[in-house]
Design a protein around this ligand. Sequence first.
Ligand code: 5GP
Length: 189
Amino acid sequence: MKRGRLFILSGPAGAGKGTLRKRLFREVEDLEYSVSCTTRERRSDEAEGREYHYVSRDEFESMAGRGEFLEWAEVHGNCYGTKKSEVERVLNEGRDMALEIDVKGCRRVKDIVPEAIRIFITVQSLDELEDRLMERGTETPEQICVRLRNAAMEMKQSAEYDHVIMNDDVEQASRELVEIIKSYRNAGR
Ligand code: 5GP
């Protein structure tokens, strides 16, 4: 059986990856989402098993020690990891999967799954990111500073990616993302 395709959505915090990913799942059928494990605290609008599996640092370290992650990374002071068994199961069943992970994680996955398709989601400027993070209101000012510092480095990595989506207009960006996924499916790649 043909293995499924692995799409990696990546890019700086506040660029709208989460919003685009949610829209993508409403518009494209037969796509699975890999729910990562994280040590970050659950936000009030999040649910266990939907956005993330929320685990303690001890639990996370044990899982990492047992080799349960395809990749994991410390991002903005918290640990995040992609469950290897989930990704393997879905791809081996011939179904497509999307990951939403940071730039470091994307590199690691690409080393292990070279055929993975990398999509970078970004905005024009750091000012724009700052405005969005402030508006979102889910981080403290200190956390926003950390995320902006990381974003400045991450925004320089776009050349490594197969596709870059400039998310200045969410409708347009969302259409682009859907088209990218469909183009691989239509081409049978
Ligand atoms: P947030 O805390 O805003 O949900 O996510 C912070 C960052 O961690 C985002 O850039 C997100 O894409 C990234 N992230 C989420 N899950 C994973 C994962 O499993 N691995 C890696 N490397 N990054 C992740």
